[in-house]
Write a protein that binds this ligand. Structure first.
Ligand code: PAF
Length: 284
């Protein structure tokens, strides 16, 4: 039987534990999450394990990255189930703070990252990245890990985090982990839990359409026509709304096209099925 996972709920207790590991000469990996864990999160923990002597995971459903009409209240929560999974994946400590612990009364500072937040999810969810950048900055300051692991599924988020770590001189290595997928290719996401059986059949088309778009761009087809084709395919498959399908440079997320391109690229997409919004990305 796996040993129960120790949990701390205050920044002071998190810091005390990390300090004692450091005093013992151990380095620390960190995997921030919002819980509702699945195999994708566990793959981040396992990757962190290969890079650090001790691994901390956090579970905090961060209210500031949800707009008022979004799914903050409905976001799936299962701390006991999450803790059992974290323990079996080799996590050493869970940091699970309350909203008051993370945002004490009077908190007045927001971290905003310019430029790469001005497109795609930054347009579809205008307050989202300030919430993410603020909470991730706080979590990195609180845990002070040597390495922190984030999933490439949230590709724009990953680049926003790389940028803020660089710009704010936060001494941590950011590692991007490959997207974990179901057998049929659907990117694993806590929000997949919202999908009905029929919607789940539509959802799989997101990765198929992206795969096709990547092949087309690699073959030298024009970027803009490929994106238009992909949007039409998603609509025909049953997605109720397509927020974007965009081809971008992998690091700066600069727009590529409209014609054929050479060199590295990522195609990022976001689309809705009913009340569920899914994102995915692929490329070199
Ligand atoms: O990707 C997530 O789960 C969240 O955006 C993160 C990075 C934990 C910040 O709340």
């Amino acid at each position: 039987m796996t040993t129960p996972l120790p949990v701390v709920r205050t920044v002071a207790n998190l810091r005390a534990q990390v300090r004692s590991w450091r005093q013992a000469g151990l380095n620390v990996g960190f995997v921030p999450t919002m819980g509702a864990l699945h195999e994708g999160h566990l793959s981040l923990v396992r990757l962190a394990r290969t890079k650090a002597d001790r691994v901390v995971a956090s579970i905090f459903v961060n209210p500031t990255q949800f707009a008022p009409h979004e799914d903050f209240e409905a976001y799936p929560r299962d701390e006991a189930g999450d803790m059992a999974q974290l323990a079996s994946a080799g996590c050493d400590l869970l940091f699970s703070p309350t909203v008051d612990e993370m945002y004490p009364a009077g908190a007045a500072t927001t971290v905003t990252v310019e430029g790469i937040t001005a497109s795609m999810d930054g347009i579809a969810r205008p307050t989202h990245f300030a919430g993410v950048a603020t909470v991730v900055t706080k979590l990195l300051n609180q845990c002070a890990p040597d390495v922190a692991v984030f999933g490439q599924k949230d590709f724009q988020q990953l680049q926003v985090i790389r940028r803020l770590v660089r710009d704010l001189d936060i001494p941590v290595e950011i590692v991007g982990a490959p997207t974990a997928r179901a057998d049929d290719g659907l990117a694993l996401s806590s929000r997949n839990a919202y999908l009905s059986a029929d919607e789940r059949k539509v959802a799989v088309r997101l990765n198929e359409v992206l795969r096709d778009a990547v092949d087309r761009v690699r073959r030298g087809e024009p970027v803009e026509a490929t994106e238009t084709h992909a949007i039409a395919d998603l609509q025909a498959a049953g997605f109720s709304k397509v927020d974007y399908v965009e081809t971008r440079t992998p690091e700066d997320l600069a727009r590529l096209g409209p014609g054929p391109i050479a060199g590295p690229f990522r195609i990022l997409a976001a689309a809705h099925i009913g009340r569920t919004r899914l994102i995915d990305n692929m490329g070199d």
